[in-house]
Design a protein around this ligand. Structure first.
Ligand code: AMP
Length: 282
């Protein structure tokens, strides 16, 4: 695997690939890699000749400086894992390489889907995500880019950005990879204490509860039930629970049995914030 920190050298290498008509698959990450990230590398390998992964902790998508400061960094281990997956190129830029003009974000036409759920709780988050993903796309120029369903709204926002800018990159998604007890794998899980880690299983359990009751109980009532459940758990705060249409991200009302739906949640365990989601239809 080639590890490159510099845009010019990456450009040269990728230009050779493009000239020889090789398709490029791209997996952007913030590192502290786990099986969720690696599943996307595997997907990219199935479709593309060359797989590029990036590791960059993007400061502009963090609305909480404590979250940014504590974000786990495991570069040596990440390189080993990517080599085991036969990743071809790792792009590992620093902040100046990605933000030569300073830490500014751009505004994107996202039809409001960036303003609900995560966007409402984390103002400016999706401006940061779109700014960095757009910049990475313009550097790597991938044929296909891979994102995890774990970050459901992020995928919706990126698809919207790609459409509104008429970018040619194809967006593909990979399913959420979970621990044996259902907790969605996340780089932030490593920050949990033993007791927090145990409590974190409530997240997926609650999503499953929503799924089992969806269509039988009114959505508003269902959300209240989950809020009540979380009020019984110490040292864990529900940031939000929502049941939405997977395309518009608009909240569903009533029993909604025939409607497409996804349940999304965010919780705080101490300072660690975890998100997860589950489709309520399959
Ligand atoms: P991150 O490093 O958290 O920015 O994630 C990089 C990519 O990996 C994003 O597209 C995430 O949605 C995806 N990802 C993170 N966790 C998982 C998971 N448990 N299963 C599948 N994909 C994931």
């Amino acid at each position: 695997m080639r590890v490159l920190t510099n845009i010019n050298s990456l450009n040269q290498l990728l230009e050779n690939c493009r000239v020889s008509n090789k398709s490029i698959g791209f997996v952007p990450t913030m590192g502290a890699l786990h099986e969720g990230h690696l599943s996307l590398v595997k997907l990219a390998h199935k479709d593309c000749d060359i797989v590029v992964c990036s590791i960059f902790i993007n400061p502009t998508q963090f609305n909480d400086s404590n979250d940014l400061e504590n974000y786990p960094i495991t570069i040596e281990e990440d390189i080993k894992l990517l080599e085991e997956q036969s990743c071809d190129i790792l792009f590992l830029p620093n902040v100046t390489e990605m933000y030569p003009q300073g830490l500014n974000t751009k505004q994107y036409q996202l039809n409001g889907i960036d303003k609900v759920l995560e966007g409402r709780k984390r103002p400016g988050h999706f401006d940061g995500v779109c700014t960095i993903v757009h910049r990475l796309f313009s550097i790597v120029k991938p044929n296909t880019a891979y994102f995890g369903e774990k970050d459901f709204q992020q995928v919706a926002v990126i698809r919207q950005m790609v459409n509104s800018l008429s970018l040619t990159v194809q967006i593909k998604t990979g399913e959420t990879i979970r621990e044996k007890d259902g907790l969605a794998k996340s780089s932030r899980n490593t920050l949990l204490s033993v007791s927090q880690r145990q409590k974190a299983t409530y997240v997926y359990a609650s999503l499953q509860k929503i799924k089992s009751l969806y269509g039988k109980v009114d959505c508003t009532q269902l959300k209240e039930m989950i809020k009540d459940d979380f009020n019984q758990v110490q040292d864990m705060q529900l940031d939000y629970v929502e049941i939405v249409n997977p395309h518009s991200l608009r909240p569903l009302k009533g029993k909604g049995i025939k409607e497409e739906a996804v349940a999304l949640m965010a919780v705080f365990l101490g300072k660690v914030r975890l998100i997860d989601n589950l489709s309520l239809n399959d």
